[in-house]
Design a protein around this ligand. Sequence first.
Ligand SMILES: NC(=O)C1=CN([C@@H]2O[C@H](COP(=O)(O)OP(=O)(O)OC[C@H]3O[C@@H](n4cnc5c(N)ncnc54)[C@H](O)[C@@H]3O)[C@@H](O)[C@H]2O)C=CC1
Ligand SMILES: O=C(O)C(=O)CO
Length: 413
Amino acid sequence: MHINKTEHLKFERLRFFLPTPELLLASMAKPVSIEVWNPSGKYRVVSTKPMPGTRWIDLLVQQDCRVEICTQKKTILSVEDIIALIGDKCDGVIGQLTEDWGETLFSALSRAGGRAFSNMAVGYNNVDVNAANKYGVAVGNTPGVLTETTAELAASLSLSAARRIVEADEFMRAGLYDGWLPHLFVGNLLRGQTVGVIGAGRIGSAYARMMVEGFKMNLIYYDLYQATRLEKFVTAYGQFLKASGEQPVTWKRAASMDEVLREADVISLHPILDKTTYHLVNKERLSMMKKEAILINCSRGPVIDEVALVAHLKENPMFRVGLDVFEDEPYMKPGLAEMKNAIVVPHIASASKWTREGMATLAALNVLGKIKGYPVWHDPNKVEPFLNENSLPPAASPSIVNAKALGLPVSKL
Ligand SMILES: NC(=O)C1=CN([C@@H]2O[C@H](COP(=O)(O)OP(=O)(O)OC[C@H]3O[C@@H](n4cnc5c(N)ncnc54)[C@H](O)[C@@H]3O)[C@@H](O)[C@H]2O)C=CC1
Ligand SMILES: O=C(O)C(=O)CO
């Protein structure tokens, strides 16, 4: 049965205060408001935030889930808020990257009978996977659907920084433009320069391709693993350019991250955040970079030592950064907001409509798959079959990061 958007109206929709004992306790201080879909559903699935689109709700409701969405007007829910939402019977939770999913929440979910959790994000540094393993809770994430969208924002920040677009926009709006001048907002030409990528996984490789293909930049990258497909792409594109009588592009896999920092003109960070990448870019490494280099971060804030970055920006006015993420999100370290050579946006790299709706779908299907005892999809890099709105998704969880640790079966499809 496929439920379209208008048919949603057939489902009873309630907005009320959750009346479990836990919530009653928590609600003495702060009530948690929720929206309920399909109140008579057998499995109780909680989403800690309203998520874009309705397909994710349809898919859960079709499979006999009662869906409860927290509508509380508080951007970041505390552990206590989420415990109240979990209550004493909960089969699965869809959570957000701003939440601290550790021992306390996984034990609460387990006590409520739940064995399924999914972040609505590909990054899961907010999740203590060992704690989830301890309680037998599957942890889902949402790879693939946000790769191009995130890479496009990194590319947008690269261009905006190179051509000083934000500064120029502010200047214009302030009424300061009184005529063309040879020196007005002179920036950097990207063509023929070198783009450096740290972490050439899904997003890093997509960004590299955009910059190589779009702006004919040469590539240098650093990753723990060889990015074979990316190398093949740049080789083939270089041959195509040569055959067309143009300067070919080149690629190099650096032996160290420092090599990338020294050689590249634009450097974009795309690793996961873990203890090996915490403060990967620090004072010493910033000093290795070219004085007019551009640094982009669309990974996680703590990959850069932000205090060191602010000092570096102050000392090097021609050095520019484009940041989507911050060390103490949602805050910026003192001084950053005043820096003209910094472009800052509020963690919007995956914020295209298609991607955000797809992330919600993948997160819901991760939880649903575990509840229904489905296997885990065989390749989390190929999630397209789950995103086709015109067909039912495969009976599998698209991406469970601790599938191996929990011994979950893998789909043979
Ligand atoms: N700003 C935003 O809105 C978004 C941020 N992200 C962040 O981007 C990260 C990457 O996402 P994907 O590309 O999908 O993941 P991925 O797993 O495909 O790529 C990560 C790459 O980092 C590499 N890596 C790990 N440790 C490293 C180290 N010490 N040095 C160099 N490379 C290292 C891995 O080998 C891998 O190739 C996510 O974990 C998330 O934190 C992802 C989506 C949106
Ligand atoms: O998916 C992620 O990891 C994000 O940061 C938001 O898309």
